[in-house]
Design a binder for this molecule. Structure first.
Ligand code: ADP
Ligand code: ASP
Ligand code: MG
Length: 437
């Protein structure tokens, strides 16, 4: 018999009704032996995610504000699920422990992780599966770096002891036992780590859309689903902002060659998207998908004969490193180099940063563009086709969008354009219309 790991996101476990759908999906296939769950997410537009409320408790405490009301909202949601599903789990005891830890200065990571922890306790009882806590099994070093080999070994050994189990997503622990979370959306990563440790045949990622769509459905009306996709294309799309799957969830699945299947809990009959190592070039589809994000700053540095000045790039990167700023892209020309960084990471230090670059590099000029967005048009079939860029730029010109930056990855499966934030949605729609028929 094969073995599937099924991860259910926040909307799939948002309340008793969604958890019942989740249970039906798991029971419909005996190969779904290990289940990873998120904390309850939004039940409707405008609702709160449990994780956001948990972080809010911590913020209140840090500011010496009463947190009890927010905490009660969290408890009420979990209690309602327990009652709705007729379960016995002693939530009151869990809430007491949480409250005590909160008041004793527990970290934001610990508090945020309790959403997944309680969700997994509840679903384990609901399914009659063993609950396995990921603290102590998914491990980080003292600096907070994820330890993949140690985790794979520990988790693999533990899973072997249990035929069927439910595990909380999003967190693990440090050597001293303190809880450490991944970044937001990190339950996807846990799902991939568990798939690898369990040697699964497939990693199913159950969410609220019928797979990866060619563009964000909140921007493009009814975008086409992507039937199949390669790990490489997926990585480009998720890195650039397609938030369906956390970008760090790809690596553990890819090294173990485990296909990822994105599925819809509300429409389980849909096949969803299958992601494997295979790069498929579709005859009638030039691109695979479009993704992007807002909130970048682009610093363009011009200097005559830059191409022959040794070490200049290293100096640019060194300065940014001193500021703790990560470089997302680095398009360059003969006498120019641009650095694309997230505006958040600049954190009010732009003038200082530009001054440092000027003093150190002695450029002819430096231009700064704030409020920029990046959009990636991705597809492994793009390299072998002519006229892709022409089509892309014609579409953007037709939408009256001013392209400020262009970067084409050396793999030629990706063209990235930098545009102003205000043009973001219109640009995605224009590219979609030009390429998707
Ligand atoms: P979960 O809580 O199940 O992890 P997420 O909210 O993290 O779900 O991810 C699913 C959401 O991702 C969808 O509801 C959709 O709004 C958004 N999304 C953004 N880009 C895409 C895309 N290209 N294809 C599908 N969904 C996308
Ligand atoms: N609950 C966490 C979050 O909201 C992790 C996840 O859902 O993947 O970010
Ligand atoms: Mg998610």
């Amino acid at each position: 018999m094969g073995l599937k790991v099924a991860k259910f996101g926040g909307s799939s476990v948002a309340d008793g009704i969604q958890m019942t759908k989740t249970k039906q999906i798991i029971e419909a296939d005996k190969e779904r032996k290990y289940v990873v769950v998120s904390a309850p997410g939004k039940r409707y537009d405008g609702d709160n995610k449990i994780t956001d409320l948990l972080y809010l408790c911590k913020t209140h405490i840090d500011h010496n504000l009463p947190y009890e009301q927010v905490f009660q909202v969290i408890c009420d949601r979990f209690m309602a699920i327990k009652i709705n599903l007729g379960l016995k789990v002693d939530l009151q005891k869990e809430f007491e422990v949480m409250k005590q830890n909160l008041e004793n200065g527990a970290s934001a990571d610990y508090i945020a992780s309790r959403g997944e922890y309680l969700s997994a306790l509840i679903i384990a009882e609901f399914l009659g599966y063993t609950f396995i806590d990921t603290a102590g099994l998914i491990v980080f070093d003292a600096k907070g770096r994820f330890l993949e080999d140690e985790t794979n070994k520990k988790l693999g050994e533990e899973l072997k002891k249990h035929e069927r189990a439910v595990l909380p997503g999003f967190y693990g622990s440090s050597p001293d036992g303190t809880i450490k979370t991944f970044s937001r959306g990190g339950s996807d990563i846990t799902g991939a780590i568990v798939s690898r440790a369990a040697n699964a045949n497939v990693y199913e990622n159950w969410t609220d859309v019928s797979g990866f769509l060619m563009a964000d459905p909140r921007i493009v009306n009814n975008p086409k689903p992507i039937e199949s996709l390669s790990y490489k294309e997926l990585r480009e799309l998720s890195y650039m902002g397609a938030s369906v799957l956390h970008e760090d969830a790809i690596y553990p699945a890819r090294v173990a060659n485990i296909p990822i299947n994105i599925r819809n809990t509300n429409q389980p009959e849909d096949p969803g998207t299958m992601i494997t190592a295979k790069e498929i070039i579709h005859e009638n589809q030039i691109i695979t998908g479009i993704a992007g994000s807002k909130g970048f700053t682009v610093i363009c540095i011009y200097k005559n004969n830059m191409n022959s000045e040794r070490g200049i790039l290293r100096r640019v990167l060194g300065i940014l490193d001193d500021y703790g700023i990560m470089v997302h892209h680095l398009p360059s020309g003969i006498d120019t180099v641009s650095v694309v960084i997230s505006s958040e990471s600049v954190n009010g230090r732009l003038t200082e940063l530009v001054q440092d670059l000027t003093n150190n590099l002695k450029p002819d000029s430096i231009d700064v563009h704030e409020n920029m967005s990046l959009i990636a048009t991705v597809g492994c079939g793009m390299a072998s086709r002519r006229g892709v860029s022409a089509k892309l730029f014609t579409a953007l010109a037709g939408a009256d969008v001013n392209v400020r930056m262009i970067d084409q990855g050396s793999s030629e499966m990706n063209i990235i354009v930098g545009i102003e934030n205000k043009d973001f949605e219109a640009s995605i729609r224009a590219i979609y219309e030009a390429f998707v028929t």
